[in-house]
Design a protein around this ligand. Structure first.
Ligand code: GLC
Length: 716
């Protein structure tokens, strides 16, 4: 019955189209079924496709709409989020397909941010792997698990660059750097969407939060964002574009205003840049109630005005505000919104549904069998454990790590035995009962735990609710009682390994003076307990590198590696009139790209293939990296450049390449990077994008503050 019904309803649609003698005329869709539907849909049905409501399974915003099932049945809502499992999505899909006039399938979305049931480390941790392949693998596994639970669409990758540790959502992004963030946004998109979006195990990606949501003033969530167009394009937009260039077919508008205009109504962002410059072909969805929040912004007089502003700016789908459902028809009838505008929104949504294969089989993703087979498999868990190890960053170590198996060690701290905090925020359908062990439990499996041991593992950090959405902090230190415990242990002459679980860069200045080692574990996910033990006992040699700068204190913020030199750089320690502080150095506590290993890596001097190049040419920079320690290890070799003189001032360092190399003890590998005009291109004073001739410095090393340099020129 079900399949026959669908065939019959679509056949009817196509028949009506043909009988109107309009079949065959290309009206712009790449899917004939979309053309056929558009020809017979009423204005109300088209508006229904622009509406997205949450189910009542979980709440990710301030409002909940109870009548969503009636809305689906009445064709008022064509898209649902926060609903999953094969059975539940099958039931909702049945209502849409079999109880509405045209049977257009629903699109099911969900926040699959760092895993679905197998939870991976938070995205800020994933970015510290500096490994696009691992990030892609984590997204691939998440897609397989989520689609097996009936989902079509994830609100990920989060591409927001951030240099603001007070902002709780820094935990969800890839840190401070546009080059690294771009590589990882593209990797995540590839992982979700694969090569065939119509396959039943690939997931529609959603590039968010467009744009520059990660730069709220004072680090307070939802706060004002204001920056120059140049700074926006140079340091914040690239990751969004990289995800779109990787094929992402949906974009989420951000809550924030930018240059005085809420992104939800920014024609400049949604039309000029996204569609006209970048050629984006998918659909744009608002963030949760983003449309009606424009009244609070003081940008719309009322919700009807907000709906008109949003749809005329290029927003195709309204998440949760119901403004499109309530006002679009009236706005079209009043001539304030053209029917073509609504047609364009509807068509973009239908085309993505067609790309997902939903018109061929609306139930394609609702497979209880696949759900059972794909979820939390041993392979998924093993990948999550390995990637968690790769994401951890050894910040300091006086030689106490790795710990020796079999020697008693005490374990303490507020997060030592927490399974819940391992999963962090935006944990998807992750469940604490799926977490096999806490950090304490994992250490106990390896070592006898003795409270009187001379070596103590102190597991401290932030309650996982202290980062994520609506979780900004004005103080980025550890809670006083945790630092007091560390002081006490040191007063008892204990050796202390501090393991930090947190969702943001923290001010660890005092801890860095007290602890014998600090391991940045972030929130490492379902298998994170084992991963911490793997690193502590040397079963995994830490290789993570910071994707975000750790300040000495909040007073240094914002602090990031691509700073400008200023007219009075701080170069003379006793000088007064230079850009400096009276109470702290300019340098951060831990620099971008910092991360230690249990072995040592030594770099040769960078060698250039030529002293200069011009036009479409290029030069190659080679450097040797040697493992001069006693353990195998992995190093991330980083390439930075500096344009010494530009038509606008240029950063003292900009990341332009990175490469992970795994070396056995005594092994040496040559790493090379190509530098061409693309490497040197930037937004010039006239806002054109391209290189400028002149002299440059390049820097190669294992951290932005541990580099060897060379000089080259780019000539006419
Ligand atoms: C939230 C978040 C966004 C999320 C959406 C749906 O408010 O800002 O990241 O995807 O609503 O849950």
């Amino acid at each position: 019955m079900r399949k026959t019904f669908i065939a019959a309803s679509f056949a009817a649609v196509v028949f009506v189209a043909v009988s109107c003698g309009t079949a065959g005329r290309r009206t712009g869709s790449t899917y004939p079924v979309v053309d056929s539907l558009m020809r017979v849909m009423t204005l109300e049905e088209k508006i229904g496709q622009t509406v997205l409501f949450t189910s009542d399974w979980s709440v990710t915003g301030p409002t909940m709409r109870t009548g969503y099932l009636d809305d689906i049945r009445a064709g008022r809502c064509g898209n649902i989020f926060n609903a999953y499992t094969a059975d539940y999505t099958r039931e909702l899909q049945r209502v849409a397909v079999e109880e509405t006039r045209l049977g257009i399938p629903l699109l099911f979305g969900y926040d699959v941010i760092h895993g679905f049931r197998t939870i991976f480390p938070i995205n800020l941790a994933l970015s510290c792997t500096w490994d696009p392949a691992s990030v892609e693998e984590s997204a691939r596994i998440a897609a397989r698990e989520a689609t097996a639970a009936g989902l079509h669409w994830t609100f990920s990758p989060m591409c927001d660059i951030c240099v603001e540790p007070r902002w709780g959502r820094i935990s969800e992004g890839s840190g401070e750097d546009a080059f690294l963030g771009s590589a990882l946004a593209a990797a995540m998109t590839r992982g979700y969407q694969g090569d065939d979006l119509s396959a039943d195990n690939t997931l529609l990606a959603c590039v968010k939060h467009y744009a520059a949501y990660g730069a709220p003033q004072a680090g307070r969530d939802y706060n004002t964002v204001d920056m120059s167009e140049r700074w926006l394009r140079e340091f914040y937009l690239p990751p969004y574009k990289a995800a779109i260039d990787a094929g992402a077919l949906s974009v989420m508008a951000s809550f924030n205003e930018l240059d005085g205009v809420p992104a939800t109504a920014s024609k400049h962002l949604m039309e000029d840049i996204l569609r006209d410059e970048w050629g984006f072909k998918g659909f744009v969805v608002t963030d949760y109630t983003g449309i009606n929040e424009m009244v609070c912004h003081g940008y719309a007089a009322d919700e009807e005005d907000a709906a008109s502003l949003a749809v005329n700016a290029g927003i195709d789908m309204d998440m949760q505000s119901a403004a499109y459902m309530n006002y679009l028809k009236g706005l079209v009838e009043a001539g304030k919104v053209s029917e073509k505008t609504v047609d364009d929104c509807c068509r973009r949504v239908l085309e993505v549904k067609a790309a997902l294969g939903l018109f061929e089989d609306p139930y394609r993703y609702c497979s209880a069998e696949r759900e059972a087979a794909e979820t939390l498999t041993d392979q998924n868990r093993a990948a999550a454990r390995r990637i968690a190890c790769e994401s951890m960053v050894l910040l300091s170590n006086n030689g106490i790590l790795p710990l020796e198996k079999g020697r008693p060690v005490a374990v303490t701290g507020p997060l030592a035995d927490s399974k819940n905090d391992l999963l962090a925020s935006w944990r998807g359908a992750g469940r604490v009962e799926d977490v096999p062990v806490s950090v304490l439990g994992a250490i106990r499996e390896v070592n006898p735990v003795s409270a009187s041991a001379g070596t103590v593992v102190l597991v401290a950090g932030e309650d996982c609710r202290w980062s994520g959405e609506a979780a900004s902090r004005s103080d980025i230190r550890l809670p006083e009682e945790q630092t007091a415990l560390l002081r006490q242990l040191k007063a008892q002459r204990k050796k202390v390994v501090l393991v930090v679980m947190n969702g943001r860069p923290l001010d660890l200045s005092e801890e860095s003076q007290l602890a014998d080692a600090i391991l940045e574990a972030w929130y490492p996910g379902t298998m994170g307990g084992y991963a911490v033990a793997d690193v502590l006992f040397g079963d995994f040699n830490p290789s993570g590198k910071l994707s975000v700068t750790f300040p000495r204190n909040l007073g240094q913020v914002p602090i990031y590696h691509y700073a400008k030199n200023t007219g009075r750089p701080y170069v003379h320690p006793e000088a007064k009139y230079e850009s400096r502080y009276l109470d702290v150095p300019n340098e951060p506590l831990y620099a971008f790209g910092h991360g230690l290993s249990y072995t040592d890596f030594t770099y040769g001097e960078p060698e250039l293939s030529a002293a200069s190049f011009s036009g479409e040419g290029s030069i190659t920079v080679r450097t040797s990296v040697s493992n001069t320690g006693s353990r195998a290890g992995t190093e991330t070799v980083q390439l930075y450049i500096r344009d010494l003189v530009g038509s606008v001032t240029r950063p003292v360092k900009q990341l332009k390449g990175f490469r992970k190399v795994s070396l056995a003890p005594g092994e040496t590998e040559e790493v090379s990077f190509t530098i061409d005009k693309e490497t040197l291109s930037f937004w010039r004073q006239d806002m054109s994008f391209g290189p400028e001739t002149g002299d440059f410095k390049l820097f190669v090393g294992g951290a932005s503050d541990k580099v060897k340099e060379a000089q080259f020129s780019y000539t006419e």
